[in-house]
Design a protein around this ligand. Sequence first.
Ligand code: ATR
Length: 276
Amino acid sequence: MTDRYAVIGNPIVQSKSPLIHSAFAQVTGQDIDYCKLLGPLGEFAATVDAFRSSGGRGMNVTAPFKLDAFAYATDLATSAQMAGAVNAMKFEGDKVYAENFDGVGLVRDVVHNLGCPLQGRRVLILGAGGATRGALLPLLAEQPAELVIVNRTVTKAQELAVLAQHHQTGQVPVTGLAYEAVQGVFDVVLNASSSSLTHELPPLPASVFAPGCLAYDLTYGKGLTPFLKLAQQAGVTQVADGVGMLAEQAAEAFAWWRGVRPDTSSVIAQLTVPLV
Ligand code: ATR
């Protein structure tokens, strides 16, 4: 029998998840049906209950329901607890297992797809919202030399630095700074702020990019964002957006549900928007 999955959001028309998971199902020979579910606002639990009752096996969760899913879950993985949000659920009887694969997807894209090891390197992450929060532990697990979080509202960066210091298993120094306080150069600069969604440039000094640096914007499909343009103008040759992260977090969810990890290269090629 065909197993049913869905992505729930509002709006949902923009979601690439059905395309991605259908492609994964095809290459791995898995018999699944994956659809878009427009969740009425305020009716998350009722909508998911109905999907489960009709045989649904799992769901991806997108805006604005990531916190509703956090509350709905019976078993929250550490990734979801750290991110404070859920982006994937698995239903087994009365149990609702919940994960957040965004951070691990980001790291996998950077390290494996883009060939940029993080171990021993100086990493700068822009923004102190949910995207940064979810990325912290997966980034720290790679044992960078240092992780600096920079944010307009410096207290939020400082709070996340304390959280990360507390939860990491290693000894990586983590600091939270204001943009004007950033010093030195970084091997990897990640824009996890939402600046690219509004086509704004974060107030980042162009001097932060080390020679050979990777500049990575976690948003995808926006072409050359103001952040990536700044990096290019500063001489950075390796720039990337979050299309690989999107595919990798989906592959993590697929593997969690189906026990087989799909190759992501053709999905990434299909969804890539040129960085111009
Ligand atoms: P998300 O869940 O996508 O991370 P969020 O929790 O709303 O979204 O967080 C957005 C982050 O982007 C915040 O850190 C915000 O900075 P402030 O905390 O100072 O508001 C950051 N951000 C948004 N627009 C920005 C811009 N134009 N320049 C720099 N940072 C920006």
